[in-house]
Write a protein that binds this ligand. Sequence first.
Ligand code: ADP
Ligand code: MG
Length: 725
Amino acid sequence: MTGHIGRQQAIDAVTEFRAPPVVTDAGESPGDVFGTNVFTRTVMQQRLPKTVFKSVLSTIEHATPLDPTVADVVASALKDWALEKGATHYAHVFYPLTGLTAEKHDSFLEPDGNGGAIAEFAGKTLVQGEPDASSFPNGGLRQTFEARGYTAWDVTSEAYILENPNGNTLCIPTVFVSWTGEALDNKTPLLRSQQAMNTQAQRLLKLFGHDDVASVSSFAGAEQEYFLIDRHFFFARPDLMASGRTLFGAPPPKGQEFDDHYFGAIPERVLAYMLDTERELFKLGIPAKTRHNEVAPGQFELAPVFEKANVATDHQQLLMVTLRRMAEKHGMECLLHEKPFAGVNGSGKHVNFSLGNSTQGNLLNPGDTPHDNAQFLVFCAAVIRAVHLYGGLLRAVVASASNDHRLGANEAPPAIMSIFLGEQLADVFDQVAKGGATGSREKGTLIIGVDTLPDLPSDPGDRNRTSPFAFTGNRFEFRAAGSLQSVAGPMTAINTMMADSIDHIATEIEALLDSGTEFNEAVQKVLQEIITDHGRVVFNGDGYSEDWTVEAALRGLKNLRTTVDALQELEDEDVKSLFARYNVLDNRELASRYEVFLEQYHLNGNVEAMTTLEMAKTVVMPAGIRYQGELAATAASMKAVDLEPDMSLLTRVSGLVSELSSTIAALEEAIDSGDGEGELAHAEYACDTLLPAMLEVRSISDLLESEIADDLWPMPTYQEMLHIL
Ligand code: ADP
Ligand code: MG
């Protein structure tokens, strides 16, 4: 507890809580608002001439270029719709490499030449925008003097209206490229990777004898974890404001040890927030589905229904923005950082991933017939090969300063990338390795002859929470992604890795068929080869155990503990060639990402180090000295009346104050020292020198916090922030 004024304000906010004014219209059901702020296909169909609608649809579904003559018609319909919805401005929304959402707003109004103004929105404004791009990180892709960056309408993602009490904005999802066409954002590579994966998947499906093969997409369902704290606390913590996490704070007497929060009753204030947030998400066409308490106090989860990866990615960004915005409205702050509180569970964003199309369905769904099963096993094998070959890349795409605090901290998957298949599926692959699977463990179904593959039940039943990449019945769940991250990076990597593996498999099967091998035998051969070469990446045991670290090393799996280690994977020749081969990122584009991510890491380290220093000097130290002074004054006045004071507390506090002083000096010295040349050196310095120096300061401060009188401790404590909600 503290004497901080924020405590009383937060307590008042909770005890005097009344749900904010009715947010729904009377009698309204969630279905009524769903998608009302979205320029959906249905709206387009109603508002566009038939031929124009068809042309747009074809662009969306077959990724054909947008017919320029169509753009004007669409723009005009879009403008009318937006004005009817109360929009005054439009914005091209894009996703720069910072992982954030960027938008530039323009008014619809243009001078009419007669002293008035008219609403204008031409096709070319819809299709292309030109934000001054020089202030977005580009890792050397673009010099500032050639600062032209273009945003181009991403027709596959629907335009929507963002509401504000003072006026609405029409938002147009875009890609962001340089004038030479190089990708400056997270979305362009994602779209390219979808295309690469689609091409290879269609090729493989045709080998399986399907004549009718619709375009294959990858799907993503991202489970978002987050913390809520009262806003009075947030503003009383410079560390939370500057870096999104607490850089100080003694462990609370009551943490999460009772496991009493997980799936517990949701506090009323939080529930009101969730309902309000979900309604906003519904209006934006985001299918929010499940909500519950998470493991840590103050931690919650929101999972939307899965969608095509590119749409899910946009929705995911919008969801994060909405979670934050609505929290403000409800007097709370939504913390999306992966580890806002040390010693308390962090937040992840599990990315559920599958691939499929309208003709063959979910390709990671075990089928009913042996033939379907063979197809399923082949796509599963592609995942196994992909994760084994490019585990380092998977680690790299979830690497960030904030996610480092979570990965490998025995609450999230380790930094070692392995696959969990479940006992049954693992058993099937074991049999494949031995020369042909004939039975599935559970059902014991025997299928003989040409159909050498077993019948598989659709629900493998078991779960493993410690694996970074787990099969969960009809999809894989990538659990290493962090709560703050965009799913674009992970999905781009997964799509590209899958394109490569599926390409490999199709090529092998084609070669075997050419040499006269019968199809089923060819499939069996390829499966056997993959599980033999790449089966080492499958691990069904406890990913948190020390044994696994040892075992994984023996298996040759990488254990990239920090962002600095992980990001260097982007320099790996195999990774460069992978992205270049499938036209997802050329070497320059990839190199620019490496630079930008390293820079983000080191900037983050600097901000945290400076914040730690400042708080230690101006908040913690003064509290320590005041308490020391009080104790010393008491001792002196006791002596004056001939009483013998007990000096133990004063001695302890004085000791801590002087230790704090020397750790502060060390941190200051580390900040002031040079950190070498180049982004890698800067990042290494942040990781190896600044972080440890910050931790030294913190550990002394946390000891002081548990000694100092409550009314003298100047910051909200963990106990307060986590439990007063
Ligand atoms: P759990 O907590 O058991 O992992 P949740 O219900 O919290 O499950 O989240 C599961 C997520 O997986 C949801 O976003 C859901 O839409 C998504 N999902 C379900 N099926 C698929 C699929 N075939 N492909 C991709 N994502 C899926
Ligand atoms: Mg879940």
